[in-house]
Design a protein around this ligand. Sequence first.
Ligand code: HEM
Ligand code: HEM
Ligand code: FE2
Length: 462
Amino acid sequence: MKYESQRIAYWFFATSMLLLSLQIVYGFIMGFAHLGYDGLHDVIPFHVARATHTNLLVVWLLCGFMGAAYYIVPEEVGRELANVKLAWVQLLSLVVVGVSAIIGFHFQWWEGRKFLEIPRPLDWLVVVNVLAFIGNLAVTMWRAPRMTTTSCVLFFGLLMAALLYLPGMIPTDHQTLDSYWRWWVVHLWVEGVWELIMGGILAYLLIKLTGVDRELIEKWLYVIVGLTFLSGILGTGHHSYYIGTPRYWLWIGGVFSALEPLAFLGMAIYAISMARRGGRSHPNRNALAWTIGCSIMSFVGAGFLGFAHTLPQVNLYTHGTLVTAMHGHMAFWGAYAMLVLAIIAYAMPQLTGRRLHDTPLSAFAFWTSNIGMVAMTIAFGVAGVSQVYLERKVGLDFLAVQEEIQVHFLGVVLAACVLALGIGAYVVQFIRYGKPVGALVPDTETGDARGVADAAAPGLAK
Ligand code: HEM
Ligand code: HEM
Ligand SMILES: [Fe+2]
């Protein structure tokens, strides 16, 4: 860690860990409800648990991205963050907005639009919050002595993510238009600008962890950005197939979204080849595992499982079923959850000076959570395919089908236990690192973060 202001990242990461843990709790509430154990129904009905689960996901990922940006940008551009106090205000207000939204959901204060349930007045606060964040980064970069491609791609991704929140706020009482604008946000986030954030953070991690030349890594970053835009923008059409929009979207959406896996495949090949090329062996093998794992699992979850239901002929049957949940879990996990867990795994030894990476606990967290998520995805997939067949081929009633597929949720819940065990281990590891310290030996290039804390607490150093 070279700059004092990078320490703020720790608090964003800590918030992220807290919200992730809460997200898992709501996941279990839904898993048990699907199994027929819906004892909490009167307090937390399924739709409330679902909105809370998915919104917590988005907020912990955003917190992770913001922490990542506050950690990466000062180092990349070579100066302290412009305004650390503003970053604090921004974190606290984000938490207040998030908590208010979640409490609101439990009292039926919500918009009822999947992923964009946050009530309108709170939406405005989100906009102000994110503008403060973007402004802080912009001023930091503007006043900096240098600019790097990695920091520009990361900044541009974050800026576009902020702007693309706005279409979801266009007022309309037309169902088709509402759906149409909702997808501008949801799709263009995860299959567009968030991929830039992913590209930026992955590039930073690869530069640090593999020792390969920045020029080479950043050259490939342009290719990834190009592929993302080429396929992802018009790929939005795969959500317009049967919602009341013109028929030409069947072709446009089908063709361009079928190309989207290329961007994820490119990202995986790029990360693996850079890791193989890097002659230097960085001590933080755990962060490298999360980094490479992210690139591979995002290809599986987003690229492969996304392709599985993206053609209009298939989506006609699978739309809105548990096939979507299968893909949603693995895609979010691989691309964005693992990305945040990768940057945290990299930054923590640097922030705290404690070299707890590559302990048995960190390896356990990596493998257990990934095995759990793969198993959960398979269980959702089996439930989803059965649902599609019974509901859309045989023509059984929705609720009759839910009863038929109940048994598969035993698999979902068991797999979720494994996943939760892995994430629990990650959170325990995070807590064991302790708080960030200042005045570290700025030796990130060799990965050696030995600093004041190590010297003060040698028992913790490993
Ligand atoms: C990291 C990237 C991705 C993430 C996080 C992601 C996540 C999701 C989520 C959560 C949904 C459900 C959204 C909702 O119903 O509101 C969804 C839907 C969908 N995704 Fe992805 N996705 C990603 C990439 C892709 C890619 C690359 C493809 C295609 C190749 C794809 C194809 C689809 C399709 C066709 C649907 C609509 C499913 C339906 O009709 O119910 N996704 N995705
Ligand atoms: C204990 C672990 C978890 C359990 C038991 C769980 C369970 C569930 C259930 C039952 C649903 C609702 C499916 C339905 O509509 O019927 C759901 C939705 C969702 N969960 Fe999880 N989940 C867990 C962890 C996670 C994690 C770690 C992520 C992200 C990385 C995640 C992402 C999502 C997403 C994106 C949706 C919405 C999918 C869609 O739009 O169809 N979940 N989850
Ligand atoms: Fe999409």
